[in-house]
Design a binder for this molecule. Structure first.
Ligand code: SF4
Ligand code: SF4
Length: 373
């Protein structure tokens, strides 16, 4: 089992410095430049939504630029592929790339962007929750995948990093269907691991994490930027996630990581990681804010539905854009007179509406008893 994670202190988003950092990480992990020579490399950043880099929602364009420049220098051809939240069309993708500050820098660095909205199937016969996945077509042609993720909190999975980032390989609104199919947090986590395994069975993958400006609190779309000054790289997305979990002192409270440990994919604890470079303790923080929906996650399972945290819409902030309704797997949000309303009975508490509202109009409400607990 791979347990090596390269870690470096990086305080600024400077593409030249980051290129040197990633080159050093590859060397530490015994990934030679020749590994990339003549290869087609697919970079999968985190482009959850159209937000500027300082919001910490998306992988920072300077790190994307650094990785592209390095791969091109090593003789690879690079394509960037991602399916952000919402519809998956060529025109929508162009707006997503532009809004996140990627378009000019990545093209200047030598990458091309994927506008092919075709799909392909990948399989994992050992999947626990799911054995087949419809994913973005460019996976087919890629020789190597770079999972260029962002460290953020997540209202459903508590933390998003390398493994969760791959959910963006599911095209457009198919993600909504996946939320509906795997509506319980445990099956959703198993499905994400199954997807990660399916990708790893197809192609070699390297995970690189932007944790310079991470996101805490109500992530992954509306939390608060938090400086952690770290970049991490690993051949194992599981080891990388475990290192990030340790970085923010989440211990053994991230369900997906605990499932990975049980499935024998991840070292049993951060003590078993081999950290190369900056010692993890030097960058570790103990007060990283958890998402409200998650900080009593164990109790959530024991509590009757009417007491569980639920999404509420602040109609004084809502502009009626409909993003939440389009992303609701339970189809329980309606927009009337430019205001969104949630039908509580059908809500499966996936928190996609809170994740994706561009106006921070959706918050998580906890009952008094829940707060007391
Ligand atoms: S709650 Fe947010 S996403 Fe939903 S309609 Fe209102 S502004 Fe748009
Ligand atoms: S209302 Fe929000 S939390 Fe409930 S099912 Fe729809 S998207 Fe998920």
């Amino acid at each position: 089992m791979e347990s090596k994670v390269a870690l470096s202190r990086c305080e600024v988003y400077d593409a030249a410095q980051l290129k040197a950092v990633v080159a050093d990480h590859f060397e530490k992990l015994d990934i030679a430049p020749s590994f990339f020579e003549g290869k087609k490399v697919l970079i999968k950043p985190n482009l959850l939504a159209r937000r500027s880099p300082e919001k910490a929602v998306t992988t920072h364009p300077a790190l994307v630029q650094a990785v592209i420049e390095l791969l091109v220098q090593y003789g690879a051809s690079v394509i960037i592929a991602e399916s952000p939240a919402g519809i998956y069309t060529a025109s929508s993708l162009k707006e997503d790339y532009k809004a996140s500050g990627f378009l000019e820098t990545a093209e200047a660095a030598g990458a091309v962007f994927n506008y092919d909205t075709g799909v392909t199937e990948i399989h994992n016969k050992n999947g626990i929750a799911c054995k087949s996945f419809t994913v973005l077509k460019p996976i087919e042609d890629a020789d190597i995948i770079i999972d260029l993720c962002k460290l953020k909190t997540h209202s459903l999975t508590k933390m998003t990093c390398a493994v969760k980032n791959l959910f963006g390989l599911i095209p457009g609104t198919d993600k909504v269907e996946m939320h509906a199919r795997f509506s319980q947090s445990t099956t959703f986590a198993h499905m994400l691991i199954d997807l990660c395994e399916a990708v790893l069975q197809q192609k070699p993958m390297i995970s690189i994490c932007d944790a310079i400006l991470a996101m805490e609190g109500e992530g992954p779309g509306t939390g608060d930027p938090r400086k952690l000054n770290a970049v991490l790289t690993s051949k194992s997305p599981y080891a990388l996630d475990l290192a990030c979990c340790e970085l923010v002192s989440f211990g053994n409270t991230v369900e997906m990581l605990e499932l990975e440990k049980k499935r024998g994919l991840c070292p049993a604890s951060a003590k078993h990681l081999e950290i190369l470079g900056t010692p993890l303790k030097e960058l570790q923080v103990s007060d990283f804010a958890e998402p409200k929906s998650q900080n009593l996650s164990r109790l959530i399972k024991l509590i009757p539905p009417f007491m569980k945290p639920r999404p509420v819409i602040d109609t004084s902030v809502c502009v009626g854009c409909g993003m939440c309704a389009r992303s609701c797997p339970a189809e329980t949000i309606v927009v009337e007179n430019k205001k969104a309303h949630i039908g509580r009975k059908k809500c499966i508490r996936c928190f996609c509406c809170q994740e994706l509202c561009p106006y921070k109009a959706v918050s998580i409400k906890r009952s008094l008893i829940f707060k007391w607990l």
